[in-house]
Write a protein that binds this ligand. Sequence first.
Ligand SMILES: *Cc1c(COP(=O)(O)O)cnc(C)c1O
Length: 399
Amino acid sequence: MAFKPANQIQDLQYFGEFGGVNPSISDSSTYTFLSAKTMFDTFEGNADGCYLYSRHSSPSNLYLAEALAAMEGTETATVTASGMGAITAVLLQLCGAEDHVVSSRTIYGGTYAFLKNFTPRLGINTSFVDITNLERVEAAITPKTKVLYCESVSNPLLEVADIKGLAQLAKTYKLKLVVDNTFSPLSISPYHLGADVVIHSLTKFINGSSDTVGGVVCGTTELINDLRNVNDGAAMLLGATMDSLRAASVLKNLRTLHIRMQQHSSNAAYLAEKFEREGLKTVYPGLRSHPSYGLFKAMMNEKYGFGGMLTIDIGTLEKANALMELMQKENLGYLAVSLGFYKTLFSAPGSSTSSEIPEEEQKSMGLSDGLIRFSIGLDADIERTFTKMKACMTQLNIL
Ligand SMILES: *Cc1c(COP(=O)(O)O)cnc(C)c1O
């Protein structure tokens, strides 16, 4: 039977301390023990259900983590202060000096910078490959490789990873397949396709209101316990802990994610089709012209569509900037990085979110100057939005 991620979230029922319909927020950094022995056992990891100190865990953070684990179908999860807090903790937990990572070359700029510039200082090296080519991925694996890293739908080129194929490689070579699923929550369930670890930046679609940063690691109980270990856990020791107040607020937003994703997806599909029909170079995984349309379709939880992200390439950065400024003036969206907001957001990744990637490498991966990345909002009347966007393009001689 098909996996139904939104049902998994819906079935979780948490009451507040006084029968509140939302769980009480844990407003404490530290917790009392009735006996000194229990405190010792908790430090040793032998007292389940006891809280110690909120960098380790807190009730509010556990509620949110449990809901996200349910959504991804993993045993458990741990939330972090940001998406990068999740990504860096997982990579440093799984890799040490001399270890090697095989990563997609089209990934979030911060993750790219971490693997390219930061981890080599710790003796961890990375080969960046075209993730859509499984032969290339396999050829990059060495006896030192520990991790295969990718995004289910990549930023900003919207390449789609063949998670089942990558999971098979990970199994053969005894690697951990780590998938950043930030662009396709609910639409794609990487763990069900064979991934070992699923990461999200909660900052984007999952929280959806562009009012906080947050992250999560979903995986086995063993991995999550390792990450939180007081002696050598990367999440515990690097300290990127989410605040309880934030965890409570993200959990409330998670409750409407299924409705929001359907609207983001149907609006993005409508615009992508219209843009393509107007002759614009449009990339959207839900278009038949997308090289991985069939792959996405085979992996997806149908109901949530192909996601809210699309790109158009209008040739030059000057034109891209002029169009984005005009669309903002017409109140069609905001010229801003990030994604998953109720309002459409657009930016030129080459000079913003992917600027960490050197120019020649941007070229070789197909990231051109005139590329505009759109995170399509929840507009109630997307036909009207298209008409207005088209007028902007006509005014600037793009159409
Ligand atoms: C934003 C983003 C991140 C980083 O998340 P933060 O919450 O900003 O730390 C990682 N991966 C992807 C795909 C993202 O879009």
